[in-house]
Design a protein around this ligand. Structure first.
Ligand code: ADP
Ligand code: G6P
Length: 458
C-alpha cells in the first residue's frame, strides 16, 4: 500500500486537540492511516531570508510531522496577505474585504515554491500526495515542474464561489489553471463543484471528457464533491469521558431553570456572528417570554488577529453583546455569555449536550463541522435543535435542521423561537435523520472516498 503524504498550511499534532476544521479532520484521519504530514510549523522567524525556512521532523504516534518555519516577510505576504487577505474573503463572497496589495501574490508563489523544494526530497515514488486548502493551490504545479510524477489530489475546505466572484481575484486565470496540475480536485459541496465546472468552461474553454472530468491546458483533471465529516466514534468516546460528563452536569445544574443556546466558532467574519447576536436580540424583543429564560453562550476562539477585518469584527461583536446585555440583562440573568477563547475539545460534547439549541449561522462556510458535532453530541431521547445557515456547505446534507438565511434577522429569530418551542416528537425525528447522515458521512468516509477516487484516476 502506498504511503499517504498530507500537505496543509496548518499542522496539528494528531495526539492533541486543535481549533479549525482542517486540522481537526486531518488529525483524525492521519491517526488511522499514518503517513507524513507536511506544513508550516506555526513559527515565524523575525529576520529569516524570504523563500527559505528550516524544516524539522518528528514522530507523533503513527504520523511523521514535517514542520517548516517561515520568515516574517513570507508569512506576511503568503499567509496574512494573499491567503487570508485575498483568497479567504473572495472565496467567502466578501469582495469588500479583500486587500489587493502588491507583493502578496509573489510571496504566495515564493512560499509554494519553498514548500515544493522542501517536500520533494522526502517523497517516495509511490506516495499518494494529498494537498489541502487555499494556501497551497499552486503546489502541485510547483512539484510537477520539479519532476514529481506521483498521484496528487487537492481538497478545498472552503467554498468555491461563482465565476463572476472568482474573477475579482487578480491572476484568477493563473490560480485556476494551477488546479489542472492535480489528478483529482475535491470540493465540499455540489454547489462548489458546479461553480468549478462553470468557471473552467467559461474562462478556460475546458471540455468535459468524462463524468466530472475536465480537459484544458493539455491536462485532464477529475473533480468531485466530497463533503467532509467528523470522527463520530471518537467524539462519542470524548463525550463519555469524565471531563465531558462533568461539563454536562455543571452546565445543566447552572441552567436548570433556563433554556441554553450555543454558538462555537473561530472569531471570523464568515461565521455571521454579529447577525446571530442581532437575531438573538430580536428574539428577546419579539418573543418576550424568552427574557429571563433564554441564554446564548457564544464561544469565539481568537483567529488571525493580525488581519484587520478580524479585529474589526471583534469590536463589533463586543459592542453588540454589551448593548443587548445592557438592555435586557437583570441582576439574576444575563442574556449573552460571550467567551473570546477556545474551549478544550474534551469538554465540547458535554457542553453541546447540555444545550437546547445550536446556532450555526455562517454567512458562508465550506462545510461547518460544529453543526455535525452538535448533532453527534445530543441525547437521542431528548435532543437539542440545530438552527443552520442555508449558506453552510453542511446545509446540502443536514436538511432536517431548521435552515435559515442569516442575513434575515427577523426570519432567524423566528426559527430560533420555533427551535425553542419544538415538541419532543419532532425534535426526535429530526435528530434521528440528522444523526444517520452524520454517522454515515463521517471523516473516514470522506477520506476513504477521496483516496479511492485518487487511486482510480487514470
Ligand atoms: P472552521 O474550519 O472554519 O473553523 P468548522 O466548524 O468546520 O469551522 O470547524 C471548526 C472546528 O474547530 C470544530 O471541530 C470545532 O469544534 C473547533 N472549534 C471552533 N471554534 C472553537 C472554539 N471556540 N473552541 C473550541 N473548539 C472550537
Ligand atoms: C479553516 C480553513 C483551514 C484553517 C482553519 C483555521 O478551517 O479552511 O485551512 O486551518 O480555518 O485557520 P488558521 O488560519 O488558524 O489556520
Amino acid at each position: 500500500m502506498s504511503r499517504l503524504v498530507v500537505v496543509s498550511n496548518r499542522l496539528a499534532d494528531p495526539r492533541k486537540p486543535a481549533a479549525g476544521g482542517l486540522a481537526v479532520a486531518l488529525g483524525e484521519t492521519l491517526k488511522k492511516t499514518g503517513g507524513l504530514w507536511f506544513g508550516w510549523s506555526g513559527t515565524v522567524v523575525k529576520d529569516g531570508a524570504p523563500g527559505e525556512g528550516e524544516l524539522r521532523m518528528h514522530q507523533a504516534g503513527p504520523v511523521t510531522l514535517a514542520e517548516l518555519d517561515l520568515c516574517q516577510e513570507d508569512h506576511d505576504a503568503y499567509y496574512r496577505g494573499y491567503a487570508n487577505g485575498v483568497l479567504w474573503p473572495i472565496f467567502h463572497y466578501r469582495l469588500d474585504l479583500a486587500s489587493l496589495e502588491s507583493g502578496y501574490l509573489s510571496g504566495y508563489r515564493r512560499v509554494n515554491h519553498l514548500f515544493a523544494r522542501k517536500l520533494m526530497p522526502l517523497l517516495k515514488p509511490d506516495d499518494m500526495i494529498w494537498i489541502h486548502d487555499y494556501h497551497l493551490i499552486p503546489l502541485a504545479a510547483e512539484l510537477r515542474a520539479m519532476g514529481c510524477g506521483n498521484k496528487i489530489g487537492f481538497f478545498l475546505h472552503i467554498p468555491l464561489p461563482p465565476q463572476q466572484i472568482l474573477a475579482a481575484i487578480p491572476s484568477h486565470e493563473w490560480l485556476m489553471r494551477a488546479l489542472f496540475a492535480y489528478d483529482l480536485v475535491g470540493f465540499q459541496s455540489e454547489a462548489d463543484l458546479l461553480n468549478f465546472a462553470h468557471y473552467v468552461k467559461a474562462e478556460a474553454t475546458a471540455e468535459t471528457v468524462g463524468v466530472g472530468q475536465f480537459r484544458a491546458f493539455n491536462s485532464t483533471v477529475q473533480a468531485g464533491a466530497f463533503p467532509i465529516g467528523i470522527d463520530i466514534d471518537d467524539f462519542h468516546r470524548l463525550g463519555r469521558a469524565r471531563e465531558s460528563q462533568e461539563t454536562y452536569e455543571t452546565t445543566c445544574r447552572e441552567y436548570s431553570r433556563r433554556r441554553l443556546l450555543i454558538g462555537v466558532d473561530r472569531l471570523d467574519y464568515s461565521k455571521g456572528l454579529p447577525q446571530r447576536i442581532r437575531a438573538f436580540g430580536e428574539l428577546l424583543k419579539e418573543y418576550p417570554e424568552n427574557r429571563h429564560s433564554a441564554t446564548l453562550l457564544q464561544i469565539a476562539a481568537p483567529s488571525r488577529e493580525d488581519v484587520d477585518a478580524y479585529s474589526d469584527i471583534q469590536h463589533e461583536l463586543e459592542s453588540l453583546c454589551g448593548a443587548i446585555n445592557g438592555n435586557y440583562g437583570d441582576l439574576d440573568w444575563m442574556p449573552i455569555r460571550y467567551i473570546h477563547r477556545a474551549v478544550a475539545r474534551r469538554r465540547l460534547p458535554g457542553l453541546y449536550q447540555a444545550c437546547d439549541v445550536a446556532l450555526v449561522t455562517p454567512l458562508r462556510d465550506g462545510m461547518n463541522l460544529v453543526a455535525k458535532e452538535f448533532i453527534a453530541a445530543q441525547d437521542a431521547a431528548d435532543p437539542g435543535v440545530l438552527v443552520l445557515s442555508r449558506f453552510a456547505g453542511a446545509a446540502e446534507q443536514l436538511k432536517e435542521a431548521l435552515l435559515v438565511n442569516p442575513y434575515d434577522i427577523p426570519g432567524t429569530a423566528q426559527a430560533i423561537q420555533r427551535a425553542l418551542q419544538m415538541p419532543l416528537a419532532e425534535r426526535q425525528a429530526r435528530h434521528a435523520a440528522l444523526l444517520e447522515n452524520v454517522r454515515k458521512y463521517d471523516v473516514h468516509w470522506w477520506c476513504g472516498q477521496f483516496l479511492e477516487a485518487l487511486a482510480n484516476v487514470r
